[in-house]
Design a protein around this ligand. Sequence first.
Ligand SMILES: Cc1cc2nc3c(=O)[nH]c(=O)nc-3n(C[C@H](O)[C@H](O)[C@H](O)COP(=O)(O)OP(=O)(O)OC[C@H]3O[C@@H](n4cnc5c(N)ncnc54)[C@H](O)[C@@H]3O)c2cc1C
Length: 450
Amino acid sequence: MNDKISLLGAGLIGSLMGVYLKKRGLDVAIYEKRRDWRKDKLAAEGRSINMALSHRGLKALEKAGLKEKVMPYTLPMYGRRMHDEHGNTYFQPYGKDNQAIYSVSRNTFNEILLEEADRCGANIFFNHKVETVDVENKRVRFLLADGSTKDISSEVIIGSDGAHSSLRNAFECQTRFNYKQEYISHGYKELRIPPTADGGFAMDPEALHIWPRGRFMLIALPNLDKSFTCTLFLPFEGYKVCFEKIHDGKDAEYIFQTYFNDAYHLMPDLAEEYDRNPTAALINTECYPWTVNNCLLIGDAAHAIVPFYGQGMNCGFEDCNILDELIGKFGTFSWDLVFEKFQKIRKPDTDAISTLAMENFVEMSDSMADPKFLIRKKIEAKLHELFPDEWVPLYSMVTFTDMSYSEAYAQGKLQEQIMDEVMRDPMISHKWDSLDFENILNRVDAVRSV
Ligand SMILES: Cc1cc2nc3c(=O)[nH]c(=O)nc-3n(C[C@H](O)[C@H](O)[C@H](O)COP(=O)(O)OP(=O)(O)OC[C@H]3O[C@@H](n4cnc5c(N)ncnc54)[C@H](O)[C@@H]3O)c2cc1C
């Protein structure tokens, strides 16, 4: 008889994991606290309306047979379009050969994945909010919509219930469970650039737009309805431009006129949306172990990261892919073995992407506006063009390959050291195009052997 597997949370990661498990012929139940948002759009979560899907996520979808279903709902973004304070823009390709990341609506995407889990035969229970988990006896208590409770028991429990996971809370009672969470100093608010009067995109739809302003920034991703979803990242307090000092939509208009003037002219509903939309916090969590007594954490429940590398969901999908691979390899006779292998393989990688995501805020909001940084990016792009296999920029390793995050991190640090050296030349802005690129490449081995 198959073990009964209970997945807690039908977000992006829980839904994809449900598909994988059903495809292995396992008995899966998914419990979700929200109402069924496929029938009731208002039940959809108000958090981050669109997101960037990249190689790791696409690979996991392809393996589950879902890539073809998802692609028609995506828009390719081939690079960043930077907006300076005077309204000038310039384009920086993400990679070579038209490499792109894909903008997709969170709700549509979640709907497709959930629909597939349903179609494959997963039992999905909405309005089931996990109240408590008894890890020792593998029992879960749910709070239902009418206020009553329901208890279930399960051979295997997988917590895909996001950054504030109830299963992780239950792990906290275990001895030797480490948990760390950090709300960063910045929060975010989502706003919208509508389509133009004649129904077109108001800006280049093939780019992720960034208005870098040092300690704060605005970004925008295109939507299929020809609008853009903008995300304003600001410190909560303590600076001239921060959420604490923007009291209402009128103040927001002033900030936009001053710092994001070209965007301001495309946002007729800015003041109203600013007042209406919530300001949300950003959390980073790390914990270990991820598994206790046939219970396992995956996705944000195991490792919530800040969104500055666009990898949280992609990383969670990679969790599903790797867990599925291990189930394929070791079978389901010993879940403890599979879960133990999973956490050992995965933890160094999620630690690496967590660090990279934190670091990338500085790159996106500050360095991108620095002309010297752009020269550095051009040198790296040239190295990649000349030596495509030997020198791959860190962003490309993370976004366009499935090299482990920890390997990408280590290689990235090595390349950073060499680039720091190259950039020390005071004449670099004038001669960057005629450098001895082979010599730069050769320094990789020299630095590695030190
Ligand atoms: C502003 C922002 C932008 C982002 N952009 C990107 C991006 O461009 N690319 C990218 O890869 N990642 C991005 N991310 C990260 C991404 O959103 C997350 O990594 C991803 O949503 C994690 O999926 P998950 O299923 O693990 O958790 P969640 O999406 O949080 O889903 C958890 C599910 O569990 C349910 N749940 C929670 N508690 C309970 C409970 N007690 N009982 C029952 N059900 C419960 C929830 O309702 C939800 O359905 C972004 C994040 C933010 C905040």
